[in-house]
Design a protein around this ligand. Sequence first.
Ligand SMILES: N[C@@H](CCC(=O)N[C@@H](CS)C(=O)NCC(=O)O)C(=O)O
Length: 315
Amino acid sequence: MSDIILHHYDLSPFSEKIRLTLGYKGLDWNSVIVEAVPPRPLLDTLTGGYRRVPVLQVGADIYCDTEVIFHALERIKPAPTLYPTGEGISKALSLWWDRSTWKPAIGVLVDYIGEHLPEEFLKDRKDNYLGYDMSKEGMAPMLPAYVQQMTAFADWLASMLRENGDYLTGKHLSAADLTCYHSLWLLRANCGAEAIDAQLGLAPEVIAWMDRIAAIGHGNKTDMTPEEALAVAKAATPAHPGLGDNDPSGIAVGTTVTVTPDDNARVPVTGTLVGADTQEIVIAIDSPEAGRLHVHFPRAGFETIAQSNSARSAA
Ligand SMILES: N[C@@H](CCC(=O)N[C@@H](CS)C(=O)NCC(=O)O)C(=O)O
């Protein structure tokens, strides 16, 4: 049985990035479908309360956020690489796309399907995730601006594809392709490809690139229940983080910290620092249900605050 477990739901575009990554790397994986609206008590036990989706689990190691999930899958199976032109360009493009297009994409999406979104979904997204009202009426006043933004950014994709080849950073697919694909996938899948292609003026290069990415597929998955995933975590021992005591702000291993996303769903996860470097932080959490787990986060886009005072002395 594969060690890789993805907690996700079908309509989640951030999950689609990772499903495609699993397909691209030819990895077998276990699929745990979670509710689109919390509560997700078993997933909360695994993450310490991080509330976004997807989450990757490998035994007792839990990876929160697609950036650190990319990295984990790259470690598990280095080839084909997600960083054919280096990590910097892929990560920078990914962060730009996710941060700049998420709200505009939601604005365009709800213009098409907003009336079908249940009240409890909208309330949850406003109160606990986005912090704004994503109903059709709530987003409508800014719709022209959302279309303008998406169109501008999609043009940049076209320019990259014209200059660089089949993929954004060159001849080979990178993590940036999977990221920049996902919100356009969300729109085309839910609103109709023809309508979105016309509204956002998607260039033929962008449409052909999306077709190439869609053709990757999701690889070989096996369904798993949340209870089975929890049992896997409980039976496993976390891997050595292998990052050392290298937090750039001087927080020492052994310190109690909170790790919180800096954009939305700002729920702090509390644990003991077990490893950190400039790109990743790993904290240990303990619970009777899952035993000891190591929870991994990227550094970009997250804030780590020491709660106990055991800062490393500056070298
Ligand atoms: N930066 C995060 C963003 C993840 C994210 O926003 N995911 C959406 C689903 S596509 C989400 O969690 N929505 C709220 C929820 O499902 O609870 C990542 O890259 O994983």
